[in-house]
Each structure stands twice: as structure tokens, then as C-alpha cells.
Design a protein around this ligand. Sequence first.
Ligand SMILES: Cc1cc2nc3c(=O)[nH]c(=O)nc-3n(C[C@H](O)[C@H](O)[C@H](O)COP(=O)(O)OP(=O)(O)OC[C@H]3O[C@@H](n4cnc5c(N)ncnc54)[C@H](O)[C@@H]3O)c2cc1C
Length: 211
Amino acid sequence: VLTAGNEIIAEAGAKLARVAAAAREAGLGGFEFTAGIPGTVGGAVVMNAGANGASMSRLVRDVLLLDCQGDYHWKTNKELHFGYRSSVLQKEPLILVEVSFSCFPRDRSEIGKEMEHYTGRRRLTQPLRPNAGSVFKNPPGDSAGRLIEAAGLKGLRIGDAQISTLHANFIVNLGAATSRDVLALIEKAGETVFSRFGVRLEPEVKIIGDD
Ligand SMILES: Cc1cc2nc3c(=O)[nH]c(=O)nc-3n(C[C@H](O)[C@H](O)[C@H](O)COP(=O)(O)OP(=O)(O)OC[C@H]3O[C@@H](n4cnc5c(N)ncnc54)[C@H](O)[C@@H]3O)c2cc1C
């Protein structure tokens, strides 16, 4: 992770939290909203990760990509076609190598205060047990958690997987949950919300592999 003026350059494998810490150290604002989002720079940019009313698309200036032929390409923010938890990188077979971010000068203690505020709120509203983050994307104008809760599914358990009693858009592992338990809960939540409210929830999590 390098800082140069108002710019931060990070390799895709760097932890997002490390980049946010480097930004704070350098007195650069912009990464505050990422407080508490786990994972790497690569995952965050590909997913256009976001929270607290902002997302990675606001920070990315350009990216260095590697294609399947071993050639490098640069793409600008605009060329990444960012949307809600989406980017063109989810569709194209490209490896994100490096990202440059545009930040702005900000007082370090203000950055720290804002990040602590977000972390504190997360602790109160999101489960601490192992989970994969938000299960579904929020449908336009509504929240997946509200719909799942309104469908009466908060706390529903299949095996050791449970729809969190704290926030219904999280599935927690109570100890020995299998991927099958989690997938069954995802299916149950999606079907119940559709039959009750006519809303099709789209998973935010990526499901890898099959039975
Ligand atoms: C407790 C918890 C809280 C969370 N809170 C949030 C939140 O507030 N907001 C939010 O948006 N997300 C949240 N998430 C989801 C997740 O943390 C983010 O989407 C995160 O940015 C993913 O990063 P990762 O490194 O884990 O990526 P992965 O999950 O490993 O990868 C995500 C996708 O990106 C691809 N990818 C990763 N790196 C590269 C690369 N270098 N080149 C090409 N493709 C790549 C992967 O193939 C995959 O398709 C949360 C997750 C958890 C567990």
C-alpha cells in the first residue's frame, strides 16, 4: 500500500482494513465507510462493496488488470461500470492486480471518530457469530432484512445455520453448520419472501461449487 499526494495505490491482495488504516495515517479521507467490511481490496472493488451510504466506486480512480493471455490492461472507474454490489469485473475473466484510489485531505482524528462510529453501530446491529455478511442484496426501496423479518423467519434454524436473531439478512453458524444448511435457509428465505410479498431477493453472496 503506497500513498502519494491524495492518491493511494494498493495491490489487490491487500486487506481493505489495512488500506483504510494507511489512509487515516496519511490524513486522507474517503475510506471511512469501509470500517468493519472484511476482505481484500480485490474483493471489495469487484463487489463494489459498500456501507454507510458509500461504496468503492466512489474511491476507485483506475485499476490494473491481467487477462488470461497474460497481458496487462488499465481500466478507468467509468470502464468498470459500477452498480449496486456489481462491476464489470464480475462478468469478465480478468484478474485485478492493483488499484489506485482518489482520496482527499482530512483531519486524522475526524477520520478515526467516523470509523469508530460505524464500527460501534455495526457491533450493535450485526451478529458476531461466524457469517458471510449480507445474504441478499436490498431490493429497490426496501431492505432484505426487513422483508425476511416481516415474513417471520428471524431465528429460523436449519441444522446449525440460523437466520440471525439480530439482523435477518445474516445467516450465522451456531457451531457445525454445513453449506447445505446455509443454502437451504437461503432458499427458504427467498421463497417465503416471494410468496408473502412478491419480491424476488437476489443473493449478494457468491455460491461456489455444488453438491
Ligand atoms: C461480517 C461481514 C460483514 C460484511 N459487511 C459488508 C458490507 O458492509 N458491505 C459489503 O459490501 N460487503 C460486506 N461483506 C461482504 C464482503 O466482506 C465484501 O464483499 C468484501 O469486499 C469481499 O472481499 P473478499 O476479499 O472477501 O472477496 P471474495 O469474497 O474472496 O471475492 C468476492 C468476488 O471478487 C472476486 N475477486 C476477489 N479478488 C479478485 C481479484 N484480485 N481479481 C478478480 N476477481 C477477484 C472473487 O472471485 C469473487 O467473485 C461482509 C462480509 C462479512 C463476513
